[in-house]
Write a protein that binds this ligand. Structure first.
Ligand code: UDP
Length: 456
């Protein structure tokens, strides 16, 4: 069997880079070489967050980090997905092809397979053109992929129009074995403006069409969490939960520097006492809601660890002031946490989360009860999974002005922490999930099968 060189291509976003780095680490452990291709914008962040980090090991890595430009200027709004996608589509394919050619001619490295993120599906055309393997990696929920693949049916059933915009206000079901989806799950319609929504919709349609060029579909999930989605998409292979290991380059792939001081702070807190509050890499708060959250945490009278991002980039300015009344004595605020380490810390009691898919998988794999505060994309559906199907969490109810009040925050924290049922369900599910990755476990076997195919 040969040593395959796999080119891994994530969408340029934190929640996509992280699981694809962990996936790459698994391949390296199984004798593959990895060329990990980020856009220049992301690559620079990954490299600079590693460089400043104590305890971050970059020397042993067999993952070669390389980059190509996304075609946008340094100050462009990369949160506008339609614009970013269009620019990547216009600029990156030729550069990726050149990169593969240069690797062969200058470094003597022959790429044998491209594993690309669903939303980087244009890369499968390159794989086909140069006669190498193409594999799709889906970093979000299997249910979201099922939704993306169901666009023609959603149009036929009158859920969306031919431009992808929701027609009904009702919830809908992709199949009888699926939990109901909120109309907010039609994620491409939820972007900054209608032009961007249309561009995003077209991008999704294009990506789904290009999937016919791929031989495998891999997903960071398991059938224990999403049985309906995996029976809906029999081609989709579960390989989750993809978690960083203790001996691995812990921060490889982080776009921001981790503040490790929160771990020593957690060491000083009582067992199962701390509320961990983190909303991923893109969620934005308005000032009123931010204030209510701060005062709600204070009102719980419990220790809390709260991630408040402070992005210097003006497009995603999240530098809101803490309210004057906020004392913060029983809490710690950091700009970016080593989230997986935090979630596995015995001091953590519950996770106030936006339910991004990685956060969902990481919280479930650590048996931590959830308080769900979804923001967009599949986060509303993840909330349904966590609260209504798996029953390992609770949601917040907004008041008549759409605000989640400090009283509601305190009430739900108290409720989730006193619910034995939720805690024991979370614990049982954690064991089931982790079994997937043990020798002989389903995801572990699926990965082995995939790696064997890579080496053929
Ligand atoms: N994350 C982290 N530190 C933080 C907040 C988040 O390391 O303070 C990581 C988290 O572990 C996860 C990723 O960032 O792997 C966020 O992905 P997710 O899908 O949860 O949310 P997104 O950022 O895509 O909205």
């Amino acid at each position: 069997m040969s040593v395959p060189t796999v080119l891994v291509l994530p969408l340029p976003a934190q929640g996509h880079v992280n699981p694809m780095i962990v996936f790459s680490q698994r391949l390296v452990q199984n004798g593959c070489n990895i060329i990990f291709v980020n856009t220049e914008f992301i690559h620079n962040k990954v490299v600079s967050s590693m460089g400043n980090q104590q305890g971050c090991d970059t020397g042993r890595s067999l993952i070669k980090l390389v980059s190509i430009p996304d075609g946008l200027g340094p100050d462009a709004d990369r949160n506008n997905f339609g614009v970013l996608f269009g620019s990547m589509l216009n600029n990156m394919p030729a550069m990726l092809e050149k990169l593969i050619e240069d690797l062969r001619l200058k470094d003597g490295v022959t790429v044998s397979c491209i594993v690309a993120d669903f939303l980087m599906a244009w890369a499968f055309e390159i794989a086909r053109n140069i006669g190498i393997k193409g594999v799709m990696f889906f970093p979000a929920s299997a249910s979201l992929l099922a939704l993306n693949c169901s666009i023609p049916r959603l149009i036929d059933d009158g859920i969306i129009d031919s431009n992808g915009l929701p027609i009904t206000q009702k919830t809908f079901q992709l199949s009888p074995s699926f939990p109901p989806m909120d109309i907010q799950s039609i994620w491409w319609a939820k972007t900054v403006d209608s032009k961007s929504a249309n561009e995003t919709y077209k991008a999704v349609v294009l990506c789904v069409q290009t999937l016919e060029l791929t031989e495998w579909w891999l997903c960071n999930s398991t059938p224990e969490i999403e049985p309906g989605a995996f029976s809906f998409l029999p081609k989709l292979l579960p390989i989750g939960p993809l978690l960083r290991g203790v001996t691995e380059e812990k921060c490889l792939g982080q776009l921001r520097e981790e503040d490790l001081s929160c771990i020593s702070w957690l060491d000083q807190q009582p067992h199962a006492s701390v509320i961990f509050v983190a909303f991923g890499s893109t969620t934005l708060f308005d000032e009123k809601q931010f204030k209510e959250l701060a005062l709600g945490l204070e009102l719980t009278n419990r220790p809390f660890l709260w991630v408040v991002r402070q992005d210097s980039n003006s497009d995603s300015n999240n530098n809101l002031p803490l309210p004057n009344e906020f004392k913060g004595n029983q809490g710690k605020i950091v700009k970016w946490a080593p989230q997986q380490k935090v979630l596995s810390h015995p001091a953590i009691a519950c996770f106030v989360s936006h339910c991004g898919w990685n956060s969902t998988i990481e919280g479930l794999s650590n048996g931590v009860p959830f308080l769900c505060w979804p923001y967009f994309i599949d986060q509303f559906f993840s909330k349904t999974l966590l609260c209504d199907v798996l029953k390992v969490g609770l949601g917040f109810d907004a008041d008549e002005n759409g605000l989640i009040s400090r009283g509601e925050i305190k009430a739900k924290v108290d409720k989730v922490l006193s619910d034995e049922n939720i805690r024991s369900k979370a614990h049982v599910l954690k064991e089931k999930l982790l079994n997937n990755m043990k020798v002989g476990g389903r995801s572990s076997e699926n990965l082995n099968k995939f790696i064997k195919w890579l080496k053929e």
